[in-house]
Design a protein around this ligand. Structure first.
Ligand code: ADP
Length: 222
């Protein structure tokens, strides 16, 4: 699978997003082929990735000769040139790559990519904008993951007003319909903490629940 160690990834487009993604995959222990039509970018990345190739990804022959179909996952990270993004996505999909992830710049671009059969469409700028907005509005929010349109998991730092209280004192399940599923303390993580678990300022709690519930919890404690 693409989650195991040593998977083979192909990143097409080594702009700001693609190069950062590719470097992080290498950092996580995976093999990465980076492709870009810009010779300069390929040169810059050649010592950082497993392999780099200067090629035009809208050239079907070039893609085939690189053996794209043998990769576990291919990420198309072309933003500015929507035509190149769409053409690359369909060519890579037709090669038979198991998992094709494509970066979209607009909702419409994303809808086209979904219709072409992209396995996952990502919107880095849109999602980062949303994430940063949440963090600006609620200073205790460190990060959150949307599970569905109604439910999320959020990482919150324990504010001073909750320091010394137990989970039973706070009772988030009853008050907010949320559960604290983990508490990260300086000396380790407590998974599925018990009701008598005491929170201290600067601990990090991981909370799961409805978006509304998490929001009111955040508001009440900040
Ligand atoms: P970012 O916002 O992440 O920097 P860009 O859209 O600016 O994204 O960068 C996309 C990269 O994709 C650029 O480096 C560009 O050279 C590359 N690219 C665009 N079209 C092609 C193509 N047909 N084949 C290969 N690389 C391409």
């Amino acid at each position: 699978g693409t989650k195991g160690k040593g998977s083979q990834f192909c990143v097409i487009g080594l702009g700001r997003f693609g190069s950062s993604l590719a470097k992080e995959l290498v950092h996580l222990g995976h093999e990465v082929l980076g492709i870009d039509r810009s010779e300069e970018l390929v040169d810059d990345m050649s010592s950082l990735l497993t392999h780099t190739v200067c090629a035009d990804s809208t050239d079907e022959e070039a893609l085939r000769s690189l053996g794209i179909r043998n990769f576990d996952c291919c990420i198309v990270a072309i933003g500015g040139d929507i035509q190149a993004s769409i053409m690359t996505a369909i060519l890579v999909k037709d090669c038979g790559v198991k998992k094709v992830v494509v970066k979209a710049v607009t909702e419409l671009h994303g809808r086209v990519l979904e219709k072409l059969g992209a396995d996952r469409v990502i919107y880095p700028e849109r999602d980062m904008g949303i994430r940063v907005a949440h963090q600006l509005v609620s200073p205790n929010l460190l990060d959150y993951i949307e599970l569905s349109s109604d439910y999320s998991v959020a990482e919150l730092s324990v504010p001073q007003c909750l320091s010394g209280k137990t989970l039973a004192d706070i009772d988030p399940r009853k008050r907010y319909g949320c559960s604290i599923v983990a508490v990260n303390k300086p000396n380790g993580v407590i998974i599925a903490p018990k009701a008598e678990q005491v929170l201290e300022e600067k601990d990090i709690m991981v909370i799961i629940g409805t978006n509304d519930g998490i929001e009111s919890f955040e508001k009440d404690v900040s």
